[in-house]
Design a protein around this ligand. Structure first.
Ligand code: ADP
Ligand code: MG
Length: 253
């Protein structure tokens, strides 16, 4: 996609859980060549917004578009194949499988085979292709040296990067990351920043959910702020951080 063209457009997206409106008519865009931060206090609706974009939750109202096409009714798998990949707030690695195999599960998502568990029944040559793709992605994110170790042996910062490699294995144009920096030590956060900048330079669109404003400030081109499901600010980081509603949401929350 040409730089500046909309990759993801969220238009008046709404999600209600019974009487609770978790996402309240939220609109924003992620454009090609952008790193966008989606921030807000706990419970603001950030993960639910990701679930709406990736088809894991169904919209109560509004629409989500990918490169101009509505995603309404598409399954998470179809959405992944369009080019939207994500990580989850709570790590979903298989600790006893190798780092390489964990990433290969992501490469498998892009393939034509049926359900996820059929990974274990792949033809040998198909499996070799997936493992080669996974090895490429591990080198890309700097985890190549750990490929044969059980994923459960990795430090938290490395697990977060492993999850990014797994998402990249589905060959996305946009990567949605749900709090990849949460709980990381300072040095790990810096390594993560360096990786996200590298992916950005390689042309991958990034939508980054983060609780901690400090981490996103130096990293993103554009910030979207949610509070109690409502979009309270949308703009460049320097302006958004001065916004009275943003200050109130963070100091009050
Ligand atoms: P954030 O990621 O910003 O912390 P979430 O999107 O996880 O916020 O949650 C937004 C609100 O929606 C919260 O009040 C949460 O309790 C509620 N919520 C999220 N998922 C569900 C669900 N599956 N069922 C009911 N309520 C939910
Ligand atoms: Mg969340």
């Amino acid at each position: 996609a040409p730089a500046g063209s909309p990759l993801i457009k969220v238009e008046k997206a709404r999600k209600a859980f019974g009487g609770l409106v978790a996402v309240n008519d939220v609109s924003f865009e992620v454009r090609a060549g952008q790193i966008v931060g989606l921030i807000g206090p706990n419970g603001a609706g950030k993960s639910t917004t990701f679930n709406l974009i990736t088809g894991i939750a169904s919209l109560t109202g509004g629409s989500v578009f990918y490169q101009g096409q509505p995603l309404t009714g598409d399954s998470p798998r179809q959405i992944a194949r369009h080019g939207i990949a994500r990580t989850f707030q709570h790590a979903k690695i298989l600790p006893d499988m190798s780092v390489l195999e964990n990433v290969a599960l992501g490469a498998h998502l892009r393939g034509s085979a049926g359900v996820f568990r059929s990974f274990f029944r792949l033809e040998r040559d198909e499996e070799a292709t997936l493992l080669a793709e996974a090895a490429y992605q591990l080198d890309r994110v700097g985890l190549g040296q750990y490929r044969d170790r059980p994923a459960g042996d990795l430090a938290l910062g490395q697990i977060r990067i492993l999850e990014i490699a797994r998402a990249l294995a589905a060959d996305p144009t946009v990567l949605l990351l749900d709090e990849p920096a949460a709980g990381l030590r300072h040095g790990e956060k810096q390594e993560l920043s360096v990786l996200l900048r590298k992916l950005h330079e390689e042309g991958v669109g990034v939508l980054l959910v983060e609780h901690d404003m400090g981490f996103v400030m130096g990293l993103v081109d554009h910030l979207v702020v949610l509070d109690f499901g409502t979009l309270i600010a949308d703009g460049n980081p320097a302006d958004v951080r001065k916004h009275p509603a943003v200050i109130a949401a963070y100091l009050g929350g």
